[in-house]
Design a protein around this ligand. Structure first.
Ligand code: 13P
Length: 251
């Protein structure tokens, strides 16, 4: 059966000391009150090597927010999937809408990143989602279908390591959440595409997270939908109490 997952995306927030403090606090609260789902924190690159040893691996997984589309070499400023894995991190967010929009990450670039992540035993948390104009033009299905091309060329075995995250861009950091019905509708569609591209069993086993202004107050009704298997959390992942509140939606 697929896993329920709550993953935090810290984005470009928290200096090293603040990040360590947040990871320690989360580890404490989740050790005292064990979660009913998998919990992952995705941090800036420089935090990874400090954060992985201070969290209990059985309770909190650690991931990066990006990795390079090249394996190694003269790519000044880039961080490879192998480097990420060498910190003890097990996950990497790929295809976040902020990367697609501000750093021009295309389907082809993301295909390379996904391959390199998997080759280095990192589980991709692969993000898809439409912008407001696309939603208003009722084009969300074709947008997410095109974005999924980066993972749909994988073998079924490799794809089984991918976590999908549907994040409507109009809901990210805006306070405007998709309704549980909107989330369910497109998550069910995404799962149908997985079934079409692979088979029903692979589709049943794929975790599809919702992201976009997810908060302790709305997480429960979103996660209650049959095709919503948890959340990818931005702003509310920056405070242990808020993140815990979302994790507790599975209790
Ligand atoms: P917010 O939860 O801040 O809307 O961000 C969602 C997101 O982009 C997670 O990747």
């Amino acid at each position: 059966m697929r896993k329920n997952i709550v993953a935090g995306n810290w984005k470009m927030n928290k200096n090293l000391q603040e990040g360590i403090a947040l990871a320690k606090e989360l580890n404490e609260v989740l050790t005292a009150d064990k979660p009913n789902c998998d919990v992952i924190i995705c941090t800036p690159f420089i935090h990874l090597a400090s954060v992985t040893p201070i969290v209990d691996k059985n309770i909190i997984g650690v991931g990066a927010e990006n990795c390079a589309d090249k394996a190694a070499g003269a790519y000044t400023g880039e961080v490879s999937a192998e480097m990420v894995a060498s910190t003890g991190a097990q996950y990497v967010i790929l295809g976040h809408s902020e990367r697609r929009a501000y750093y021009h990450e295309t389907v082809d670039i993301l295909t390379e990143k996904v391959k390199l992540a998997l080759a280095n035993n990192l589980q991709p948390i692969f993000c898809i989602g439409e912008v407001l104009e696309e939603r208003e033009a009722n084009k969300q299905n074709e947008v997410v279908k095109a974005q999924l091309a980066s993972v749909f060329s994988l073998s079924a075995e490799d794809f089984s390591k991918v976590i999908l995250a549907y994040e409507p861009v109009w809901a990210i950091g805006t306070g405007k959440t998709a309704t549980p019905e909107q989330a369910e509708e497109i998550h069910a569609y995404i799962r149908s595409l997985v079934a079409e591209n692979y088979n029903a069993e692979v589709a049943e086993n794929t975790s599809i997270l919702y992201g976009g202004s997810c908060k302790p107050t709305n997480a429960k009704e979103l996660f209650a939908k049959p095709n919503v298997d948890g959340g990818l959390i931005g702003g509310a992942a920056l405070k242990a109490a808020d993140f815990k509140g979302i994790i507790d939606a599975f209790k």
